[in-house]
Design a protein around this ligand. Structure first.
Ligand SMILES: [Fe+2]
Ligand SMILES: [Fe+2]
Length: 179
């Protein structure tokens, strides 16, 4: 429990003080991504862009030492870069994300779902925040992303035994995602 709270606190401050991508980092993405994916990345908050960029660079470095064909390697980098893109729809800032995480984490599921359906727009956004895996997957399909990226967006909060992507890829993607 203490390590979970410590992790939440460090995520909170990491998010508050997130640095925007530098021109050089943006250039890396411009050279790697298709226009629909660049447009999707552009819609994300600074904190999400920073988190996702850092995750993708760790993966990018590691896939270079693996024996993968270029489309497989690209799919893994895109999967890391967009796994949380579904959060764009709920559009919560850092404080509301902490509240939503506690809300869904602490309240019994049925009660939390029922309450969120009875409080109008905010409740809809709470649901959307919780549904960010499914929403992200749909956004990635619309943007014609590699299949593994759309699948990983949907599966990145699931336990390993529920993944449909290869376990070695799921483990790689998890290793660089600290949340
Ligand atoms: Fe997520
Ligand atoms: Fe993440």
């Amino acid at each position: 429990m203490i390590s979970h709270v410590t992790h939440l606190v460090s995520r909170f401050f990491g998010s508050i003080f997130a640095k925007p991508l530098t021109a050089k980092e943006q250039q890396v993405l411009n050279s790697e991504l298709t226009s629909p994916l660049l447009e999707l990345f552009d819609r994300l908050s600074v904190a999400d862009q920073r988190h996702l960029y850092n995750v993708s660079r760790g993966i990018s470095a590691e896939v270079q030492s693996m024996d993968l064909d270029s489309s497989e390697a690209y799919g893994l980098v895109v999967a890391g870069l967009f796994h949380d893109c579904g959060k764009v729809v709920s559009d919560f800032g850092t404080i509301m994300r902490v509240i939503a995480t506690l809300y869904w984490g602490l309240l019994p599921k049925k009660l939390a779902s029922m309450l969120s359906k009875s409080v109008g727009g905010l409740g809809v956004r709470m649901q959307q925040y919780r549904d960010h895996p499914r929403i992200g997957s749909e956004l990635l399909i619309e943007a014609d992303a590699p299949q593994i990226a759309a699948t990983w967006a949907k599966e990145h909060h699931k336990p390993a035994d529920a993944w449909t992507i290869e376990t070695k890829y799921g483990e790689l993607l998890k290793r660089y995602d600290d949340d």
